[in-house]
Design a binder for this molecule. Structure first.
Ligand SMILES: [Zn+2]
Length: 278
């Protein structure tokens, strides 16, 4: 083959590949693929109601100007390579392979009274947790927060997020939130703009509040002493939503969770958001 024609052919093929890549939707994934961290997924281009498929679950993407976005949770047990796919009308329109990095969140060995341990398995406690997840089924379509989030209580961290737990040497669990050692009555403030979607008194969780921040992102507050907001109320970052307590039978502290479509993720990921997500 004539060498010049061969090279010309290669250049034409490369141009075609570039043109094709520009026609398809563009996938952007920000955040780190750590266990129990959120992935900030954007898709730019004209695509009909896309969904993200990751770890055998499906997440609806919400419309933004020029595309779509979703905050997808990586599960605490994920490890190794996982394919993230964006699917529209049954067709994969974009995909990427992610390598999930393990995090050593530590291990906690707890000795608690048999009656306290039994209350964890009480049907009422399970119902309390299910009611929280049910409240998270409704998703605010737009991103309600603006800017980085703030800690909801100005207090030192007493128990970190993600610790694996072994109760009385046999019962396994893990810490789905972050504990802040506030004093009884200390103000709890909204870490970001949002809306109150659940308010309850749980037998273990104590006084419970759940905020929706839009796009399937929620924050949860347990053991509160008092509430300062009502169901459905809109709240702004820094606004008081209640006070620290020990309801549910604990020493006073705030147990704070952040969840994406119900999946627990590290709250600190929201204190330093990717630039396009602030
Ligand atoms: Zn806690």
């Amino acid at each position: 083959m004539n060498r010049r024609r061969f090279l010309g052919g290669l250049a034409a093929t490369a141009l075609c590949a570039t043109a094709r890549a520009q026609e398809g939707p563009r996938l952007s994934i920000q955040g780190v693929a750590f266990q129990a961290y959120p992935l900030f997924v954007s898709l730019y281009g004209e695509v009909a109601s896309p969904e993200v498929e990751f770890e055998s679950k499906s997440y609806r993407m919400l419309a933004i100007s020029g595309g779509w976005r979703a905050v997808v949770p990586v599960s605490i047990d994920a490890r190794g390579s996982h394919q993230l796919r964006v699917v529209s009308r049954g067709q994969t329109v974009a995909e990427r392979s992610l390598s999930v990095k393990p995090r050593d969140y530590g291990m906690q060995y707890l000795s608690i009274s048999p009656s306290t341990l039994a209350s964890y398995d009480d049907p009422q406690n399970k119902a309390d947790d299910e009611a929280i997840l049910a409240a998270m089924k409704g998703v605010d379509d737009s991103q309600l927060w603006h800017g980085n989030w703030e800690l909801p209580c100005q207090a030192p961290e007493s128990t970190g997020f993600g610790q694996r737990r072994l109760y009385n040497g046999w019962k396994k669990g893990w810490h789905k939130g972050l504990d802040l050692a506030g004093w009884e009555g200390q103000a709890i403030t909204a870490p970001a703009d949002g809306r109150v979607i659940h308010k309850a008194r749980g037998i273990v969780n104590g006084n419970t509040l759940v905020l929706s921040h839009g796009l399937g992102v929620f924050s949860v507050y347990f053991h509160m002493n008092s509430f300062a907001v009502g169901m459905g109320q809109s709240v702004s970052r820094g606004q008081q939503i209640g006070s620290v307590g020990g309801t549910g039978g604990f020493a006073p502290h705030l147990h704070w969770e952040t969840r994406c479509f119900g999946g627990p993720v590290h709250p600190k990921a929201f204190l330093q958001l990717p630039a396009d997500w602030r």
